[in-house]
Design a protein around this ligand. Structure first.
Ligand code: MG
Ligand code: MG
Length: 250
């Protein structure tokens, strides 16, 4: 599939979808308290997406059963909300949400600390993962290369002693949730596809406190760290404009 460039009016539609995603993520943040279940987040998100006149992008995507991905602690991505998954003090929960308005998609994720007492390494993991996302975004401009983005993410992560997940990557986005190109969270400066004005990409570092290896559980969805270490995930949908990056999901 070729990379599809978006017009200014298409990017405005994606911005509307991006605002829905942001609102849902902030709702999830407000609800992710000790004693809440990931199904509580799911149900609130589904209701809010409907209220905002959008459609949930993930539900039914390759058979995924929910509006949100909710991934706790050593779960990396694609965790399935459940009434049985009760959040507790010191947990982290990664919440990933996609929404569609008028056929245009937005996609973003945050990792939320549950309660007030995160252990220091986990607190650092969240800080570094979010910083790596913004380091990647800072590289986005016409003429930059995907390798510049990946290298910037990877440097922040590895300088902090953490590992970038390589089995999952970011992606182009537009009238489909996943379009070309793939956007790895690793790479070499000066390598890879050149960014052009009108490209829209989801940059989404997944970062493990331990090693980079992940495995998928028997549910066919939930990816976890192979070594049981904590994992964080932050994502924005970003348009390449003449002025540089424009974040559509903030
Ligand atoms: Mg996402
Ligand atoms: Mg994504």
């Amino acid at each position: 599939m070729a990379v599809v460039l978006k017009s200014a009016s298409e990017i405005e539609k994606m911005r509307r979808a991006g605002r829905v995603v942001r609102e849902v993520l902030e709702l999830a943040r407000s609800l992710a308290k000790p004693g809440a279940t990931t199904m509580d987040l799911e149900q609130a998100a589904a209701a809010r997406i409907r209220e905002l006149g959008a459609r949930a992008a993930f539900k039914g995507y390759h058979g995924f059963p929910a509006v949100l991905c909710t991934s706790i602690n050593s779960e990396v991505v694609h965790g399935i909300p459940s009434v049985k998954r009760v959040l507790k003090e010191g947990d982290i929960v990664s919440v990933d949400c996609g929404a569609v308005i008028d056929g245009y998609f937005g996609d973003a994720a945050i990792t939320i600390p549950v309660g007030e007492r995160l252990d220091p390494v986990t607190e650092k993991l969240l800080r570094v993962t979010e910083a790596s996302l913004h380091a990647g975004i800072a590289e986005v401009r016409p003429g930059a290369r995907l390798g510049d983005v990946g290298a910037a993410v990877q440097k922040v992560v590895e300088d902090a002693g953490f590992s970038v997940v390589v089995d999952f990557v970011g992606h182009g986005i537009g009238t489909n949730m996943h379009e070309d190109p793939q956007v790895p969270n690793f790479g070499e400066r000066g390598q890879g596809m050149k960014l052009k004005e009108g490209m829209v990409i989801a940059i989404e570092p997944m970062v493990n406190a331990g090693g980079p290896e992940v495995k998928v559980l028997a549910d066919g969805w939930t990816a976890v760290t192979s070594d049981g270490s904590m994992s964080a995930h932050f994502e924005h949908t970003v348009a390449v404009t003449a002025e540089g990056a424009r974040i559509l999901t903030d």
